[in-house]
Design a binder for this molecule. Structure first.
Ligand code: PLP
Length: 427
């Protein structure tokens, strides 16, 4: 018996069961190119749907505020042990409900309200939780932002501007420097960040929400042991359930744990923590290294094919699982919003994204972000990336043309038939 059979939902609630089935069908029959998404394994789904959701477990293993937690403790300890082994960390907190809560907990543990934090700005590739004015993080702390170097015709521009970072660090004396991005396609070496943090006596947080799976798979440098604290989401390239994790050394363990609980959260989601344990186990298998390599290979192939079709890529290519397109040279009038909507109707799911120094506002944008984690999990390779690039080009040459959108939707469905992410699961 499967814990998460949709039939069991259908027997009670036909309305909601139909919604789940429709979403399952959408994921199986259209292309999932959102860079922060993935297809979790049936084992991860099953653990998420387990009876561990029933248990209250405020506190930490062997220090709980409720009884009956001896078995739950084993699950949480297993998740912690595995993630420490996977990344070579001394201490893990696997309770954050999301990447946002993980980051907030780190700020709460390391700095005081009003203190200065240096992080990458949202419009240059950073994250909302890195001090955007609309985020609680930007309201509590004094964020100062660095960005990327200017565009350069030889392709060497649009990289994290370490000179600017160092100048700002010296001028602003931040208590904390945040490394990590949400829309940036290059390898980030943690060492220069460490050096700059040491020069000004700041702590260093590296938020690896996006490349966590690439780091676990050994294709990107591991910041654990270099940064004071490392945070990540478990649901992006790492391919686990939705959630966050914090890694740190013994010295900061207590402060981090207290910030997560009781600082920010109540009872942990132990069913999700169990699913994290499964995902960490899966990421330790030799096959995951191959997966991480393929996700990058596919992104490089997609980038090269898109460049051949006349698209300009921010930073002129990619080292990770993302591709960031500047639409302006392809078609001056084409916005990220119009492109995303037309591709959506053609069965190609991706998100519009601001590009560095975007002249258009965040709701419209001049960019598109694509990612390979999900379709690489579904088994696609470089040949399919070439095909996807030509389908994207076909839609965007005639953006909004319903006949073209329908033709591409048909081609997308045919392609997806051969790459079902859940071949062993009935709809
Ligand atoms: C996705 C992301 C987060 C936030 O994760 P949520 O689980 O959506 O809260 C934080 N930081 C970075 C860099 C991210 O890419």
């Amino acid at each position: 018996m499967s814990f998460w059979s949709i039939d069991q939902v259908a027997a009670v609630d036909g309305e909601l069961a139909a919604i789940i089935k429709n979403e399952m069908m959408r994921q199986r029959t259209t292309l999932q190119l959102i860079a922060s998404e993935n297809f979790t394994s049936p084992a991860v789904l099953a653990a998420t749907a387990s009876v561990l959701t029933n248990k209250y477990a405020e506190g930490y293993p062997s220090k709980r505020y409720y009884g009956g937690n001896a078995i739950i403790d084993e699950a949480e300890d297993l998740a912690k042990r595995r993630v420490c082994q996977l990344f070579g960390a001394e201490h893990a907190n696997v309770q954050p409900h999301s990447g946002a809560s993980a980051n907030l907990a780190v700020y709460m543990a390391l700095v005081n309200p009003g203190d200065t934090i240096l992080a990458m700005s949202l419009d240059q590739g950073g994250h909302l939780t890195h001090g955007s004015p609309v985020s609680i993080t930007g309201k509590i702390y004094k964020f100062v932002h660095y960005g990327v170097s200017p565009y350069s015709s030889d392709g060497s521009g649009e990289r994290i501007d370490l000179d600017q970072l160092r100048d700002l660090a010296k001028r602003e004396n931040p208590k904390l420097i945040v490394a990590g991005t949400t829309a940036y396609t290059r390898i980030i070496d943690p060492m220069p960040f460490r050096e700059i943090a040491d020069e000004v006596g700041a702590k260093l947080l590296f938020d690896v929400a996006h490349p966590a799976g690439l780091i676990a798979g050994g294709v990107h440098p591991n910041p654990v042991g270099v940064a004071d604290v490392v945070t990540f989401t478990t649901h992006k390239t790492l391919r686990g359930p939705r959630g966050g994790t914090i890694l740190t050394g013994e010295g900061l363990a207590k402060a981090i744990d207290s910030a997560v609980f009781p600082g920010l959260q109540g009872g942990p989601l132990e069913h999700v923590i169990a699913a994290k344990a499964v995902a960490f186990f899966e990421a330790m298998q030799p096959g995951f290294k191959v997966y991480a390599q393929k996700a990058v290979e596919n992104a490089k192939a997609l980038a090269a094919s898109l460049a051949d079709q006349g698209f300009r890529l921010v930073s002129n290519g990619t080292d990770n699982h993302q591709v960031l397109i500047d639409l302006r040279t392809f078609d001056q009038d084409l916005t990220g919003k119009a492109a995303q909507d037309s591709l959506d109707r053609a069965g190609i799911t991706c998100n519009r994204n601001q590009i560095p120094n975007d002249p258009r506002p965040p709701f419209i944008t001049s960019g598109l972000r694509l990612g390979t984690p999900a379709e690489t999990t579904a088994g696609m390779g470089t040949a399919e990336m070439g095909l996807i690039a030509s389908l994207i080009t076909k839609v965007l040459r005639h953006c909004g043309d319903e006949t073209i959108e329908k033709e591409v939707l048909y081609e997308v469905r045919e392609l997806c038939k051969n790459f079902d992410p859940y071949p062993t699961v009935s709809a």
